[in-house]
Ligand binder design. Structure first.
Ligand SMILES: Cc1cc2nc3c(=O)[nH]c(=O)nc-3n(C[C@H](O)[C@H](O)[C@H](O)COP(=O)(O)O)c2cc1C
Length: 353
């Protein structure tokens, strides 16, 4: 019998051919914020690798919201025309593609003059601009024909820093209670929805836990996700963690024998929401993925680092069910000078041949 992870599923009205999702991975391949040939080929490789849905690496809602110029900026003049080519290539290989929208908060590359604002310093006017820019970015994605967008609310960037009690010390209506800490996210969601209309897919990558104290509570996380669902959110991918290192507090921990450190949070979210929930982090073996999909209400699982080591992992599991080769060393984040995110272990092995 074929595995459930090769069964199709739906997000909104969109049919996705299987439940193996390529999670957003910053591809380091833009030039001055613009889509390049390397960027297009990167997504072609993933689409040919058999993933039902590819969530593209974070793209900035404005030049000033980018981590660096090697990150795509959705606001450059030819963005729609260039992204259309990427979408056509992905669709040609029968995969779907979402764009992940991001403002990097304090980690921005300064160009437009309102950058590097932290949660505690951001003025209401600056926030209004960011909120508007998310709406504009989503409209550009829709115009480019992408299948949906995902709000990046996780991993310590701007929206996460508002949600977390460990980083948000504001005393106005954006700080304090969870309703206030989530206000920026709600306003961003509403801005996107207003600009793309009801039938376009809008999801979120959500930080269910900060993994450090003071921490957002499970009750708070569920309340935010339920409120987003009430407003019309189409799917939620459940992550956790404010920092990126190899520790257990990280959103990219080293994965040992125990796969999926955020599974309990995703299970809880799936039990409490009607929309599809995607679980990310640490999935490395097909048996475990299958167990999660058959024993919980989780709709799909997503893969980050393994897609860098093996862009064809989804197809590979049709014929060879051995563990993903990724060893979760996080060295792929050191590949900026390669012009594209690259598995450094694979690179060394290839050089030795
Ligand atoms: C180099 C690198 C880049 C990443 N870029 C993104 C990103 O753009 N957006 C995002 O939401 N997560 C990003 N992540 C996190 C992954 O999507 C994923 O949540 C995480 O790596 C855990 O899943 P895994 O164990 O399958 O890798 C990145 C992780 C790494 C190591």
């Amino acid at each position: 019998m074929a595995e459930k992870f090769f069964d199709s599923f739906q997000i909104g009205g969109l049919e996705i051919k299987n439940r193996l999702v390529a999670s957003a991975m910053f591809e380091y391949a833009a030039a001055d914020g613009k889509i390049t040939e390397t960027f297009l080929n990167h997504y072609s490789k993933l689409a040919q690798g058999g993933w039902g849905l590819i969530i593209g690496g974070m793209q900035a809602v404005s030049a000033s919201g980018a981590v660096a110029p090697i990150m795509v900026n959705t606001a450059y003049p030819d963005y729609v025309a260039d992204m259309k080519k990427v979408v056509a290539e992905v669709h040609r290989h029968d995969a779907k593609i979402f764009v992940q929208l991001q403002h990097a908060g304090t980690r921005t590359f300064p160009t437009e003059g309102y950058d590097k604002f932290s949660v505690d310093d951001a003025t209401p006017k600056q926030l209004e601009t960011v909120i508007k820019n998310f709406g504009r970015a989503a409209a550009n994605c829709k115009a480019a024909g992408v299948d949906g967008v995902q709000i990046h609310a996780a991993h310590g960037f701007l929206i996460n820093s508002f949600l977390s009690p460990s980083t948000n010390h504001r005393v106005d209506n954006f700080g304090g209670t969870i309703e206030n800490r989530a206000l920026l996210l709600y306003k961003i969601y509403d801005s996107i929805r207003a600009s793309v209309g009801e039938n376009f897919i809008v999801g979120v990558k959500f930080p269910f836990s900060d993994l450090i104290e003071p921490n957002i509570t499970p009750e708070e996380s569920l309340s935010v996700l339920k409120e987003l669902e009430r407003r019309g959110l189409d799917f939620a991918e459940i992550s956790s963690g404010l920092v990126m290192d190899e520790s257990k507090f990280s959103f990219t921990p080293r994965i040992g024998k125990n796969e999926a450190p955020f599974l309990a949070s995703a299970t809880l979210a799936a039990e409490n929401l009607k929309i599809p929930v995607v679980s990310v982090c640490g999935y490395r073996t097909p048996d475990f993925v299958e167990k999660v999909l058959t024993e919980t209400k989780i709709a799909a699982v997503s893969f980050g680092r393994p897609t860098v080591r093996e862009p064809n992992l989804a197809n590979r599991w049709r014929v060879d069910k051995s563990r993903a080769k990724c060893i979760s060393c996080n060295k792929c984040r050191d590949s900026v000078s390669d012009g594209e995110i690259t598995c450094q272990v694979e690179k060394i092995l290839r050089a030795k041949k």
